[in-house]
Design a protein around this ligand. Structure first.
Ligand code: SF4
Length: 282
């Protein structure tokens, strides 16, 4: 049976799709966005984190130099992120909240990392969720094979599709993504006869994605496909402590979020192009 490496199954989420949702976070991503708020999602293998606030430095000044087993950490500061699950095991978890999905119009969102990187498992899981009548969403960068995207589209209700940097060279340099592949996959998906809902999401990252020219390039690209709604995801610093826990540098640690007026400029521009721009999405 197919297995996937997952680092979190978060219940009672009010984000990433409508209603109360369970979000399944897949480990592993081919991109390296410097603003990533889930840096623990990037590696395809399990890894250990050290929570600074719980660490009493009992055995070494740096856990990365010693070989402490999380089981023997007296304060619970050490944790292994990433565990293999079967489809059945994920279903057992998500079924616990089926009553909330029914009463709130919620469901299950597959996130990451990049779920398409574990596409065969994702397709199997979506088929089972469909049999149970559970609403589903997949958050993706669109970076995967179209064969997988095509099969996901046949089994999911909504794609939450991230648009990051549209310039080919900057995209490769900054997030390590071939934007032409993403664009080609999006185009094929939009031309496919399907009932799947596609919502583009635009992370607004100062100095990287939120400049006028990048936003215009994204809107120019999606307008011909009849897109009526996008979600704007303003930059935040919620992920910064995770870089420390992983022992990694966070190059955006001093970056300030956009102010309300700056976000509204982007929102107004997009709305002037005939597209509803929801800040934060849901
Ligand atoms: S695509 Fe998402 S998970 Fe991957 S590096 Fe970028 S922000 Fe992080």
């Amino acid at each position: 049976m197919e297995k996937a490496i997952i680092f979190n199954i978060q219940r009672y989420s009010l984000h990433d799709g409508g209603g109360i949702r369970t979000v399944v976070f897949f480990k592993g991503c081919p991109l390296r966005c410097p603003w990533c708020s889930n840096p623990e999602s990037q590696s395809f293998t399990a890894e250990m984190i050290r929570k600074e606030r719980l660490c009493t430095k009992c055995s070494s000044s740096s856990v990365y130099e010693c070989r402490v087993d999380p089981e023997y950490c007296p304060t619970g500061a050490l944790e292994i992120l990433g565990k293999e699950y079967t489809v059945k095991e994920v279903l057992e978890e998500v079924k616990k909240d089926i009553v909330f999905y029914e009463t709130t119009g919620g469901g299950v969102t597959l996130s990451g990392g990049e779920p398409l990187s574990q596409g065969i498992f994702v397709i199997e899981l979506l088929k089972e969720l469909k049999k149970l009548g559970i609403n589903t969403a997949v958050e993706t960068t669109g970076m995967g094979s179209f064969d997988i995207i095509n099969q996901v589209a046949d089994n999911v209700d909504t794609f939450l599709w991230d648009f990051k940097i549209m310039d080919k060279i900057r995209s490769l340099e900054i997030v390590h993504a071939d934007v032409e592949l993403m664009k080609s996959n999006f185009e094929k998906l939009m031309k496919k006869s399907s009932t799947v809902k596609v919502i583009p999401r635009l992370p607004l990252i100062p100095g990287y994605t939120s400049d006028k020219s990048n936003i215009k390039d994204i809107i120019d690209f999606i307008v011909p496909f009849g897109i009526k709604e996008v979600h704007l995801l303003p930059f935040h610093q919620y992920g910064s402590s995770k870089y420390k826990a992983l022992g990694q540098d966070y190059i955006l640690k001093d970056t300030k979020p956009l102010i309300k007026d700056e976000i509204e400029v982007v929102q107004n521009y997009i709305q002037s192009r005939g597209i509803t721009a929801v800040i934060g999405g849901n």
